[in-house]
Every structure is written in C-alpha cells, then in structure tokens.
Design a protein around this ligand. Structure first.
Ligand SMILES: *Cc1c(COP(=O)(O)O)cnc(C)c1O
Length: 418
C-alpha cells in the first residue's frame, strides 16, 4: 500500500496529484455550455419577475479579494499565502444561497422551456415572462419535477420549480438539515425523508419517477443539463476577473479550490473554467476525510464502481453538502485530463475556517463551503506546486451558506472558535 492509500483509509488529510492531468487538455463545447448560457439569458426577464432580488434576472454571485481572510489564515497556519486570495461567493447566490442555484435551476428551466415549446405555447424569441401566464402554468401543474438531494439541490430545484407552478418531489438523505426541509414544505414541495445516505435517496427518487411519464427526474449522478448549468460560471468569472484587470497567464495562473460532493457542481465549474482559461487555470476538488468519493473514484479509475464504504470510511461528515459516498461516473470521466488534483480535509478544520471567515471578512458560509480553504493549506505545502502558487490568484469557491438560519450559524461559529 502506498502512503496515500494508507492516509485515505485512515481518514487523514490527503493530497492526490492527478497523474492524468494535462493542463492544456481541450475542454471543447460538445456538452453545450454555450447553449446553457443562452438559455439562462432568455429566461432572465422571467427570473427577474419571480425573484426581484436577482436584479437583472441573471443568477450570479460576487467575486471579491480576501486580504483580511488571507492575513487571518497566515497567522493561524503560521505560513505565508503566496499570491493573492479571492472568494467566489456562491454562498450569496439568489434563490437558494448555494452553488446549486447554477446547475439545478438550469435543468428546471430547460425542462420548462421544452414543455412550453413542444406545446406551442412559447417561441424562442418571445419575452419569457410568457411562462408566468395562466395557460402555461396549467401545463406545468400537470408535470412533476423530482430530485434526490443532501439538501441544497432540493432547495434550488424545489424553489424554482414550485414558483413556475410544477409539482415537486424532493427525496432527502438523512444528512439533510431540517431547515431545508421546512422551507421546501412551506413552498408546497413534497419532501420524502430517508434514513439512508444520499445515493439511496437518489436511487429511490429515480425509481419512483420512472413510473410517471409526466415526471422529470433531475439525476445528480448523470445529468449533463446540471453540468452545463454549472459550467456557465466559467464565462461569467472571466468577465468578473477582467473587470478587476485580471487575465490568468502562465506567469500568474488561476488556482481554484472547489468543495466536492458527487462532483457535478465542482466538475461543471472546472470544465467551464478550463474552456475559458485553458492551461492557465488549475482546479482542485476538496472533500471531507470520510467522504472522498471523487478522489477515490478517479485515483482507482473505478469511477462510480467504488464507494468510500468499500475502503472502510463512514461517509459521516458535518459538511452535509459533501456527504456523498459514491461519485458521478460522468464527472470522473470528464475530469480525467482536466483536474489538477484532489484533497481531503477534516470536519473540525471546516468549522475553524468558517469562524475565521466570519471574524475576518464578515461573510457567512456553511461548513461544506469551507473545504476549499482547507485545500489551499495543503496545496501550499506541495513542493511541485510552490513555484506556480507563488504568483497565483488563489480562488476559494464558497459554495453555500447565506441562508443558514441565524441560530444554526451561531452554533457553527461557536464550534469553530472552541
Ligand atoms: C452540493 C454542494 C457541493 C458539491 O457539489 P456536488 O455537485 O455534490 O459535488 C459543495 N458545497 C455545497 C454547499 C453544496 O451544497
């Protein structure tokens, strides 16, 4: 057994270099990220009418420098953070307060668009506020959207689908937080709870959906529509960086740290970033030490044929959004040449980082979202990355958290300060 293997099995923080990584590998657009971006633009007037807090109807999050967080990390870690530190604040994305507002909502919109087009109730050049008319809503009311989720995907899909007038079934795993279930039920969503983990909730949801021809199942393990929705982040980030005068280069690469569950969110974002920046962006996935499903699937080449339980891990983590034991086979395949590496972090570390982010920047994140920062610490200790890291723009993808209820968030902070 290699040392990495031993560390992985004993739930210690790991760094895996992807031997298949080819920084200049092409991420071509046969998967359809451009079409997804165009679809989201068509929907903007409709989204704006339903969710005025989106402003222009484009669901996007801020990018910001994090000098204060960097200084706080340096003093806690006792080492310098070379380069500059940035935060991509998907924790503040409208509608669901998490990265799932990208992929999940795109898939709902695509389904709605197809139904309306096929019924002759919409054409592509029309103002999409048309979808709010009674006639179209009546069509949607005869259809169901279903999804299996650890929480945030259900929240995104449930919120959007319910607002458009669909029936919704959300199958939640045991890890899902109560407040997420409560919120969905208030919207009229049917929430089904499972004692088991996320893979079971997905399998059960998929099985029930197959029996109903008017039901669309959003398949977190296989869906390309989710993946492309996440991928749109690449072009949006490019514009945000350009607005700050930044264009990643060989001299100043962009290094991105993405919290990872089943892989779709971080995978789609990484794919979109590779399309925009090619060899000048390096993407890393970060998973909890007890749930390193994508690391394991990619390292062994077994993809979804292997689970963390197979190597004696529990898949128990306070990072509910990352509590996934078996990865997406699609993501493992697509990421093969595009992912620079993957790391694992301990839960305790996530809470510490969460409290530190609050104290230094006043930003609210959930434990899952802090995994990227843990990954940065490990990266900075890797000799083979040190020279590139020295002049890099390090970007932590804060994947969720602004909608966590105040009381629950306070408890997270206390845990991190203790
Ligand atoms: C879902 C989620 C992730 C990871 O996305 P996957 O598609 O499951 O890999 C990361 N952070 C948060 C907060 C999430 O909800």
């Amino acid at each position: 057994m290699t040392t990495l293997d031993t560390r992985l099995r004993s739930a210690q923080p790991c760094f895996w270099h992807n031997p298949g990584y080819h920084s200049g590998a092409a991420a071509d657009d046969h998967i359809g990220i451009r079409q997804a971006a165009e679809r989201l633009t068509r929907f903007a007037p409709c989204i704006r009418a339903l969710f005025p807090d989106t402003g222009d109807g484009i669901i996007e999050s801020p990018l910001s420098r994090a000098d204060d967080f960097a200084a706080a990390l340096e003093s806690v870690w006792g080492m310098p953070i070379t380069g500059t530190l940035w935060l991509k604040r998907d924790n503040e994305l409208p509608i669901s307060g998490s990265i799932k507002a990208r992929g999940g909502i795109h898939e709902v919109l695509k389904y709605a668009e197809e139904l309306a087009l096929n019924a002759g109730l919409l054409h592509l050049e029309q103002d999409y506020r048309r979808l709010l008319d009674e006639e179209v809503r009546a069509l949607f009311a005869r259809h169901t959207l279903a999804v299996g989720s650890t929480g945030n995907l259900g929240l995104s899909i449930g919120t959007m689908a319910a607002h458009l007038g669909f029936q919704v079934d959300v199958h939640m795993s045991a890890d899902a937080r109560q407040w997420k279930k409560d919120r969905l039920r208030q919207l009229g969503v049917r929430v089904h709870e499972y004692e088991d983990d996320y893979s079971r909730a997905v399998a059960e949801g998929r099985r029930l959906a197959e029996q109903d021809p008017d039901c669309h199942f959003v398949d977190d393990e296989h869906s390309l529509d989710l993946f492309t929705g996440y991928g749109v982040a690449g072009r949006r980030l490019k514009a945000q960086l350009a607005a700050q005068g930044i264009m990643p280069s060989a001299e100043h690469p962009l290094m991105v740290y993405l919290p990872c569950g089943v892989g779709g969110g971080p995978g789609g974002v990484a794919y979109g970033l590779k399309q925009e920046f090619g060899p000048h962006v390096h993407c890393f996935f970060v998973e909890p030490v007890q749930s390193p499903c994508v690391l394991l699937g990619m390292m062994t080449g077994k993809g979804a044929e292997v689970s963390v339980e197979d190597i004696g891990l529990s898949n128990r983590t306070a990072a509910d959004g990352l509590a996934v034991g078996r990865p997406s086979a699609l993501v493992c395949r697509l990421m093969q040449p595009l992912l620079a590496g993957a790391m694992t972090v301990e839960d305790l570390q996530l809470f510490r980082l969460l409290a530190l982010l609050q104290d230094s920047e006043g930003i609210q994140a959930e434990p899952s979202a802090m995994a990227g920062a843990g990954g940065l610490q490990l990266l900075l200790q890797q000799p083979q990355w040190q020279s590139r890291a020295a002049r890099a723009h390090h970007l932590l993808w804060l994947t969720g958290g602004s909608m966590v209820p105040a009381e629950e968030y306070q408890a997270y902070c206390h845990q991190g300060q203790a």
